[in-house]
Design a protein around this ligand. Structure first.
Ligand code: 26V
Length: 808
């Protein structure tokens, strides 16, 4: 094996020469005539080159070891910007900085051209990125598979306070981080019919073939040699698809019709989060991803292996929610129809290969597909699913003789006016492990949503509490804090061993350390204030308590409750009741699904309230409110370091885990929250005295619903609430009306507890020394929430893999 070593010089001189060489040979230009894009692309290539050598070594080590691989299948990845990450992970930050200065280039200007690939909606996609980061950092052989959407998550703008969506053409100027591999293309079938072969084997004759073309991006580990990859698939039409005769006849639309139809499959990310649409194109996307990924996995398996009985020893396929669950049927189809394995052997291999992570408890987020749609689009897969279900229901019948209700409850096929395939059921039946994403969530899954399955196969159910990458969400997002921590702990080893943060605990008692900690927060709030002014024109006071709620807009997350509190404060200040009010900056960020009517109304209300608050000179000294448009990973990296208070106020039992709660606590924000998702575990770790708890717990929610919830009673009983709801009625009668008469998410029931708890927050803020102490303790005790720990849990309980160390 030979390695090129010409792209890893360690001096600024080397870096500068390589950059100029890339400018010359890759962009065909010189420093004098280079555009900003030329300079950015050359910089990116220079940095990328420094990871290629490590990637080649990783691939060689993996080839030699023939280890068990983790294949992570996900329809979404929110990778965040690559330039800052790859500079850090390649250890060239300083070298690049000096080299750019010497060449007269502005690092900040070029950094601003680095576009984040927004190939996901929210927490689920970002989790996938954090896990890939941690797997590489832990030297776990892994490949992430996904879709290379032409358009990522829409860009958000506000017009008259209402969300307006713009397309996200993230590769408009090209993507320097990507390697294309058009010779690894795969064929993906759709539609058609099936024909009998022997026994259970059948032949699928697709009516349409689309090509999947892969490209990959590097996923470097931090502080190790390993560089893994994420492989993304783009749909291509075969060259024959262009209709020359139509074109000749001047029918230009018809000439490209087939190309457009094929290539539409990877055109755009569905911007819906947690609501089922059941669109044919979405099912096509899922099947496309799954087919390309599985063929690639089999190709890789065959490089070093030949016996199918070893497949499940070498391959773990982790299903990120139900979106890639068709892989279970597709692997069965490949093994039985194409490879000629008998059904039982194929089923044993399949079941041992897959593991499934569930990310929700909301019934409307559990995907089901109409049987008739699947019959048309994927006729052979439907036959296989029916056979899987038939054999599974026999097992259920043996276990619960005569219990028809049990069969109906567990069946993969939901009966009703229209039959539907329940993807979560298929996932559980076809996997050897199922996990939830926080302790409470996993417990509720086994007790409610997947109760019947947990009884049937208790050993299959696990919890793996989510985690986040400390490299991205502390080191890259908050360099000042990272430096202060490193100063105290000795070196940067804590970034890959986050439990070491506990060694900060004594520093919470050190007045000088607290002063430095406050100084970092204050500078971060200044940065946020500067950006806020530039993007929205709103002036924030960098000394005010920075109170943030950043997440997708969803009724269950209760951004509306947050708004009700802001209106409460507004009224108090207007009345001159300011003795107990502390100056606050209320910061919101988050997108709503374009078709989610209520979420969009709440968003508009938030913007309206912000307008009223910010325009009132009597109120401004105490209260400012800003809704930062287009919340994404980059925006998160700006907001999180500045935050003092983290709003985690979902209705108990609704948020599977949450991950912004972890990012904020790690950066020293105190949480105000309900006992939901991972909040429970955050509170257990940081201590109840360093966490602002309020609200109904899951048992109380159930009891209240059982008694018959009457939101109006709260309105009538609480004068301050009445004033707030009346004010809301003036801005949006429909929302106020719903609060009074339905209030599905028990906003009014939790209002008083929330407002009182916010008063406790204000009192605590008035003692800066004690607040800082609590802030430091939040960071010191949040090491558990590293994605490295999450990956170690998956390795131990589900994947049973061990690291492969790659020599330097
Ligand atoms: C579901 C659906 C349903 C069909 C339409 C499109 C679509 C798109 C995404 C989803 C997934 C929703 C589940 C989800 O995002 N869960 C979030 O996962 C985070 C990581 O585990 C977790 O922290 C959040 O609490 C959870 O809401």
């Amino acid at each position: 094996m030979t390695y090129a070593t010409t792209h890893s010089g360690t001096t600024p001189g080397d870096f500068g020469r390589e950059l100029l060489s890339n400018l010359y040979y890759q962009r065909g230009t010189t420093l004098e005539s280079a555009s900003a894009q030329d300079a950015y692309h050359s910089l990116a290539l220079t940095v990328r080159n420094r990871l290629v050598d490590r990637y080649i070594r990783t691939a060689a080590a993996h080839y030699q070891e023939n280890p068990r691989f983790i294949y992570y299948l996900s329809a979404e990845y929110m990778l965040g910007r690559q330039l800052d990450q790859n500079l850090l992970y390649s250890g060239t930050q300083e070298c690049a900085h000096s080299a750019l200065a010497a060449l007269g280039l502005s690092g900040d200007e070029l950094d601003a051209l680095d576009v984040e690939p927004g190939l996901g909606n929210g927490g689920l996609g970002r989790l996938a990125a954090c896990l890939l980061d941690a797997m590489a950092t832990q030297d776990i052989p892994a490949v992430g598979y996904g879709i290379r959407y032409d358009y990522g998550i829409f860009q958000q703008e506000f017009q008259d306070g209402a969300q307006v969506e713009h397309p996200d053409d993230w590769t408009f100027y090209g993507n320097p981080w990507e390697f294309h591999a058009s010779d690894d293309q795969q064929k993906v079938g759709f539609y058609g019919h099936t024909e009998a072969l022997d026994g259970v084997r059948r032949k699928w004759v697709p009516g349409e073939i689309v090509l999947g073309e892969p490209s990959h991006m590097l996923v470097p580990g931090y502080g190790t040699t390993t560089v893994n990859i994420i492989r993304l698939w783009k749909a291509r039409a075969s060259p024959q698809s262009f209709n020359l005769s139509h074109f000749g006849a001047g029918q230009y639309g018809e000439a490209v019709e087939e190309i457009v139809r094929s290539e539409n499959i990877s055109k755009v990310l569905y911007p819906d989060d947690s609501t089922e649409l059941g669109r044919e194109l979405r099912l096509k996307q899922q099947h496309f991803l799954v087919t390309c990924a599985l063929r690639d996995i089999v190709r890789r398996f065959r490089l070093c292996n030949s016996d199918w009985d070893h497949f499940a020893d070498k391959v773990v396929i982790q299903l990120n929610d139900t979106h890639p669950v068709m892989a279970i049927a597709e692997l069965m189809r490949m093994l039985v129809d194409e490879e000629g394995l008998d059904w039982d052997r194929a089923w044993s291999i399949t079941r041992r290969t897959f593991a499934y992570t569930c990310h929700t408890l909301l019934p409307e987020a559990l995907e089901t597909w109409p049987v008739e749609l699947m019959r048309r689009l994927l006729p052979r897969h439907l036959e296989i699913i029916f056979l899987i279900n038939h054999l599974f229901l026999q097992e259920v019948a043996d276990r619960y003789p005569g219990d028809d209700a049990k069969l109906r409850e567990l069946s993969i096929i939901a009966e009703g006016a229209e039959q539907r395939v329940r993807m979560a059921h298929l996932a559980v039946v076809g996997s050897s492990a199922v996990n939830g994403v926080a302790e409470l969530h996993s417990r509720l899954l086994a007790a409610t949503t997947l109760h019947g399955f947990a009884n049937l196969w208790p050993g299959r159910f696990h919890n793996v509490t989510n985690g986040v990458s400390p490299r991205r969400f502390v080191r890259l997002a908050n360099p000042r804090l990272a430096e202060l921590i490193t100063e105290r702990l000795g070196d940067g080893g804590w970034l890959t061993d986050l439990d070491q943060l506990s060694r900060l605990e004594p520093a919470a008692a050190d007045p000088e350390f607290r002063r430095r900690w406050r100084e970092v927060k204050r500078l971060n709030r200044e940065d946020l204030a500067e950006q806020t002014l530039a993007t929205t024109g709103v002036v924030l006071d960098p000394d005010a308590l920075c109170d943030v709620m950043i997440k997708r807009f969803h009724e269950y997350k209760r951004q509306l409750l947050r708004v009700l509190h802001v209106v409460t404060l507004y009224h108090r200040i207007r009345r001159g009741e300011v003795a107990d009010v502390v100056p606050r900056s209320i910061v919101f960020g988050g997108k709503a699904a374009p078709g989610y009517y209520v979420a969009k109304r709440i968003m508009k209300l938030a913007n309206r309230v912000a307008e009223v608050v910010n325009a009132d000179p009597a109120v401004s000294p105490y209260l400012k409110m800003v809704f930062l448009p287009d919340y994404n990973v980059s925006r998160a990296q700006l907001i999180i370091p500045a935050a003092d208070l983290s709003e985690q106020i979902s209705l108990a039992g609704k948020e599977a885990s949450g991950t912004s709660n972890m990012k904020l606590a790690l950066n020293g924000a105190l949480t105000i929250g309900t006992l939901d998702g991972a909040n429970v575990e955050i509170r257990d770790r940081v201590g109840g005295e360093n966490f602002f708890l309020f609200g109904l717990d899951t048992a109380e929610v159930a009891a209240l619903r059982g008694r018959g919830y009457r939101p109006r009673d709260h309105y009538e009983r609480d004068a301050e609430l009445r004033e707030v709801v009346d004010a809301v009625a003036g801005w949006d009668g429909e929302l106020a009306d719903d609060l009074m008469h339905r209030d599905e998410y028990l906003t009014l029931a939790d209002f008083r507890a929330y407002v009182d708890c916010q008063d406790r927050v204000a009192r605590a803020w008035r003692d800066p020394e004690d607040w800082t102490r609590m802030s430091i303790l939040n960071t010191a005790r949040s090491g558990f929430f590293s994605a490295d720990r999450t990956v170690r849990d998956y390795c131990r309980d589900i994947w049973h893999v061990t690291p492969v160390y790659v020599p330097r």
